[in-house]
Each structure stands twice: as structure tokens, then as C-alpha cells.
Design a protein around this ligand. Structure first.
Ligand code: ADP
Ligand code: AMP
Length: 215
């Protein structure tokens, strides 16, 4: 299964990807996670990416295209992968096509999660993640058993710096300008599958699985 999860920030891509990883045993490739790790470790790439991320803008195409191209060559991608947060621009989508074609691979589907803007803001302001294992939560929609503590590893939950309302609005604008055109891009390739992302987490997962089985 070679899949892209498309959708605005907060649509549920990471949440759904984690469930698909469990089900299909294929890796989640999240450019956001990879970039945050690079920022935390203060690598050259992290230093380049930080200002863009803090402002809610996009990191330059050549940076993310390079990390995904490399990642796709790992043996764990042989039986499939879930791209989460990549591609985000038409040049990134073109570069992905090239990388996959060089590897003799084709995408199976692009699942686009549809969520209203106001719901996105509520999801992002309430999003928390585990500082230890990275597991995602929501203070209202997917809370941990014990407030502020990860169910899986008991580490403290943290809030992303870019999940502040001002930055969120900027990220939404960037999504509409630069990423939303990818819906048409993949529709033309007959890969686009729209899913109602407003439903609860389990119901969205069911819809995604049904869409994939229908292919
Ligand atoms: P993305 O990866 O698309 O930015 P996330 O998967 O991180 O989005 O989800 C954003 C927040 O919304 C998280 O706190 C998550 O727990 C919550 N969430 C995800 N899917 C749903 C849903 N279907 N209904 C309500 N909350 C959700
Ligand atoms: P995410 O975790 O997907 O919400 O991404 C967090 C931030 O990382 C984004 O706001 C961007 O600054 C950066 N980022 C993640 N993926 C990409 C990408 N494919 N292209 C450019 N920037 C990205």
C-alpha cells in the first residue's frame, strides 16, 4: 500500500497514519516529524528549517524533497508507505513522481481528509503529543487517561510551538495557496479519494479502509 494522506493542518493525517501503520505494518513518513527532529538535534537542515516552521510557512522544496527521496529508498518502504504532510506543493508532487518512477513504484491512492476550518483550529489548539514516544492526543477528542501524561510511556505531553492560533491561521493560508491545488493534481491522475474528516477518529479510519478496499 503506497499512500498519501492529504489535508490541511489538523485534518487528522498523523492520527490516521498511526492507525494505518498498525494495520498494514508499513512506515509513516511524516516530513513534519522529520523536520522537528532535525530542529531538536540542531542539524544543518534543522537550522535551515526552523524559521520557516516557527512562522507557519513551508520549508523550501529542495530540503523536503531530499529527505523524502532518501527515506523512500529504505528497505522498510519496500512493501509500502504512508506519506503524511508530503507533498505540500506541486513541485514536491512532481519530484515525488520522479523519485517513485526511479524506484519502479506507483502510488495506490491519495486520501484527502475534508475538515471545516473552525474544527481545524479547535483540533490544533487542543493537540498534544508525548515528549517521549510521540503519541498524539487531543485534550477533548482523544484525551489521555491521566491529564498531561502519555498512556503508553508515562512521559509528559507537550504542545507544539506552531499550534498557537496566530501561526495556525498562517498555516491555513499556506495550505489553501500551496497545497490545496494538489487535490486537482491527483484527481487528474485518478488517485484522489475524498474522505469526510469531520467524523470521529474511528469512523474516519473506517472510511479510509473502505475507500482503499474499493480500489
Ligand atoms: P494532522 O497530522 O493532519 O496535522 P493530527 O492527526 O495531528 O492532524 O490531528 C490534529 C488533532 O486533532 C490531534 O489532537 C488529534 O488527536 C485530533 N483529531 C484527529 N482526528 C480527529 C477527529 N476525527 N475528530 C476529532 N479530533 C481529531
Ligand atoms: P506538520 O507536522 O505536517 O504540520 O508540519 C509542520 C511544519 O513543518 C509545517 O508547517 C512546515 O513548516 C514544515 N513542513 C512539513 N512538511 C513539509 C513539506 N512537505 N514541505 C514544506 N514544509 C513542510
Amino acid at each position: 500500500m503506497k499512500l498519501i494522506l492529504l489535508g490541511p493542518p489538523g485534518a487528522g493525517k498523523g492520527t490516521q497514519a498511526a492507525m494505518l501503520v498498525e494495520r498494514f505494518g508499513i512506515p509513516q513518513i511524516s516530513t513534519g516529524d522529520m523536520l522537528r527532529t532535525a530542529v531538536r538535534d540542531q542539524t544543518d537542515m534543522g537550522k535551515k528549517a526552523k524559521a520557516f516552521m516557527d512562522a507557519g510557512g513551508l520549508v523550501p522544496d529542495e530540503v523536503v524533497v531530499g529527505i523524502v527521496r532518501e527515506r523512500l529508498q529504505n528497505a522498510d518502504c519496500d512493501s509500502g508507505f504512508i506519506l503524511d504532510g508530503f507533498p505540500r506543493t506541486v513541485p514536491q508532487a512532481d519530484a515525488l513522481k520522479q523519485s517513485l518512477s526511479a524506484l519502479g513504484k506507483d502510488l495506490d491512492a491519495v486520501v484527502s481528509l475534508q475538515v471545516d476550518t473552525e474544527a481545524l483550529v479547535e483540533r490544533l489548539t487542543g493537540r498534544r503529543s508525548c515528549g517521549g514516544c510521540g503519541k498524539g492526543y487531543h485534550i477533548k477528542f482523544d484525551p489521555p487517561v491521566q491529564d498531561g501524561i502519555c498512556d503508553s510511556c508515562s512521559a509528559v505531553l507537550i504542545q507544539r510551538d506552531d499550534d498557537q492560533e496566530a501561526t495556525i491561521r498562517n498555516r491555513m493560508d499556506v495550505y489553501h495557496e500551496q497545497t490545496a491545488p494538489l487535490e486537482d493534481y491527483y484527481r487528474q491522475d485518478n488517485l484522489l479519494r475524498s474522505v469526510d474528516g469531520m467524523a470521529d477518529i474511528a469512523a474516519v479510519q473506517d472510511q479510509i479502509l473502505r475507500t482503499l478496499q474499493a480500489d
